[in-house]
Each structure stands twice: as structure tokens, then as C-alpha cells.
Write a protein that binds this ligand. Structure first.
Ligand SMILES: Cc1cc2nc3c(=O)[nH]c(=O)nc-3n(C[C@H](O)[C@H](O)[C@H](O)COP(=O)(O)OP(=O)(O)OC[C@H]3O[C@@H](n4cnc5c(N)ncnc54)[C@H](O)[C@@H]3O)c2cc1C
Length: 257
């Protein structure tokens, strides 16, 4: 159980950023992960008064506030319509509805969990992470970085693509054994593998959407997988081409619909 000595409901991003500069402070979003960490901090900084819990549709992109919950994304009509229902499909298997009503996209992206369905999907959709101090950075770069003290304000997802996700779990509500997220745009097919169990990564881009099964075998052969309590390296390598093939097929079908 996490312990916080003081609690601050930030009144501005400037205030939150200044307070978070101290290592004794921590941003608290949904608190679903933090509360299990057993950490002890002088100050919990709450961003919930800053209007960051909105999904905005712009001309060329969706702008999702960092305090938006997984459930908001899962059930958002325009977001799902724009990307072929993939948020509904990808987020529904995460734990349970009450959990998804609380866990946020900002907490997910910041944490860079290897098992994250959220990060795998956002990587496939070529998302950008908008940070208070640094501005917009590509999620594919942010994913590789060490944790810092900047604050995520938004996630930006460009329109004009369709996506699909495939995941395997040992049992419902558990974290995934492997996730494959795929997107198709004018730039071709992009595939992301997550829960390898390392952090999700783009394994191929600019692929012809109708490529054959041997292509997925080749991609799996040159991708790094590992073993953990949930599955062996060999098992992940074996199922990866199947998940990639299914995700690519689902993407093609959404695109043609
Ligand atoms: C039991 C359990 C099972 C899970 N299963 C899955 C799963 O199957 N699939 C999946 O994708 N995810 C899963 N998750 C992860 C979950 O979806 C969230 O990613 C996680 O709970 C973090 O989100 P949060 O809002 O709770 O963040 P918090 O716990 O509040 O914070 C997490 C971290 O992010 C930082 N942070 C939060 N917001 C910001 C911000 N705006 N700017 C900078 N830093 C910030 C915090 O300081 C903290 O370090 C699971 C989590 C738990 C606890």
C-alpha cells in the first residue's frame, strides 16, 4: 500500500510540474498501480482538476487528456468509429470494468509496462506523447526512454488509419502473454508486439497489407522474446506469427468495410 504524507489537488500544470520536480513527490492518476507499489512519498499530486479527462476530436487527430480512463476510451463512439472499434476490442480484456473506470491512459503510457495492451495499441497507431515541458514526442521514442519527471498532458493519435489487436491471456482478467497490435494506413501495415515480455516495440512498418504467412514467420524469427511466469520464450515465438496474421487480416477487413 502506498503512503502519501500530503495531498495536493493541482490548480495548474505549472504548479504540478514545479511540485513534481522533487523526488519526494509523485503524480497520482488512477492510483491503480501506485497503490500496490508500497512506496512512501511526501506529496501526492492530483491532476484531476485540470480538465485532462477529455477526448477531443480535431481535424486530423484525436487528442486524449492524460487523465482519461481506459473505460472512456473503450466506450467513446467517435474514437472507436475512427479506428474500426479497436479501443473497445483492445481495452475490454483489461481486468474489469471498475478497474478500467479508474486506470488512466497517462498512467499507462508513463509506466511503460511491458505487458501494456494500451502502449501496444497506441504504438501501432503512431501516437505522440504530449509532455508539459518537452512538448510532443513520438511514443516510439518515449517508450525507449527512462522515467523522468515531466508530466504527460495528452496523447495525440493521427486519423486516417485502421487498427486491430490480438492478445493471448492464460486466464481472463490476467495480464497478457503476448499482444499484437496492427494498423493500416497509406504508409502500409505496421505491426507491434507487446508483452514479449519486454516493452512493446514496432516490429515492422510499411509492409504490404496482404503479405503472406511466411512474412510473419520471418518477423517472429528476428524479434526478441523472453520467458517469465506466464509463458516461455519458445511459446511466445510460436504464437507470434499467428497473432500477427490475425491482426493484419482484421485490419484489412476493417479497412475494406
Ligand atoms: C492488477 C493490475 C492489472 C493490470 N492489467 C493490465 C492489463 O492487462 N493490460 C494493460 O494494458 N494494463 C494493465 N494494468 C495497467 C493499468 O492499465 C494502468 O496502466 C496502471 O494502473 C497505471 O495507470 P493509473 O492511472 O492507475 O496510474 P497510477 O498508478 O496513478 O500511476 C502510475 C505511474 O504513472 C505516473 N503518472 C500517472 N499519470 C501521469 C502523467 N500524466 N504524467 C506523468 N506521470 C504520470 C505516476 O506518477 C506513476 O509513476 C494493470 C494494472 C494493475 C494494477
Amino acid at each position: 500500500m502506498a503512503k502519501y504524507k500530503n495531498y495536493v489537488l493541482a490548480q495548474s500544470l505549472e504548479e504540478a510540474y514545479a511540485l513534481n520536480a522533487k523526488k519526494s513527490a509523485v503524480i497520482v492518476a488512477g492510483n491503480m498501480w501506485l497503490r500496490m507499489c508500497g512506496l512512501s512519498k511526501q506529496m501526492a499530486i492530483d491532476l484531476s482538476a485540470l480538465g485532462l479527462d477529455k477526448i477531443e476530436e480535431k481535424e486530423d487527430a484525436f487528442l486524449i487528456g492524460s487523465m482519461t480512463t481506459l473505460r472512456q476510451m473503450e466506450t467513446h463512439g467517435a474514437l472507436n468509429a475512427a479506428f474500426g472499434g479497436v479501443f473497445r476490442e483492445a481495452l475490454a480484456p483489461i481486468v474489469g470494468t471498475q478497474f478500467r473506470n479508474t486506470a488512466t491512459v497517462g498512467g499507462s503510457v508513463f509506466s511503460r509496462f511491458g505487458f501494456s495492451d494500451v502502449s501496444a495499441l497506441l504504438l501501432a497507431l503512431d501516437a505522440q506523447v504530449v509532455l508539459f515541458a518537452r512538448g510532443a514526442v513520438k511514443l516510439s521514442d518515449y517508450q525507449q526512454e527512462a522515467w523522468d519527471r515531466d508530466i504527460i498532458t495528452h496523447i495525440r493519435i493521427p486519423k486516417g488509419q485502421r487498427a486491430a489487436v490480438q492478445s493471448v491471456r492464460v486466464s481472463a482478467t490476467d495480464i497478457p502473454v503476448l499482444v499484437c497490435a496492427a494498423s493500416v494506413s497509406d504508409a502500409g501495415l505496421r505491426l507491434v508486439l507487446g508483452a514479449r515480455p519486454a516493452r512493446a516495440q514496432i516490429v515492422v512498418e510499411h509492409l504490404a497489407p496482404d503479405c503472406g504467412a511466411e512474412t510473419f514467420e520471418e518477423i517472429a524469427a528476428r524479434t526478441a522474446f523472453g520467458s517469465n511466469l506466464r509463458a516461455s520464450e519458445a511459446y511466445r515465438r510460436k504464437i507470434a506469427p499467428v497473432l500477427m496474421m490475425r491482426a493484419a487480416k482484421a485490419c484489412r477487413e476493417v479497412t475494406q468495410a
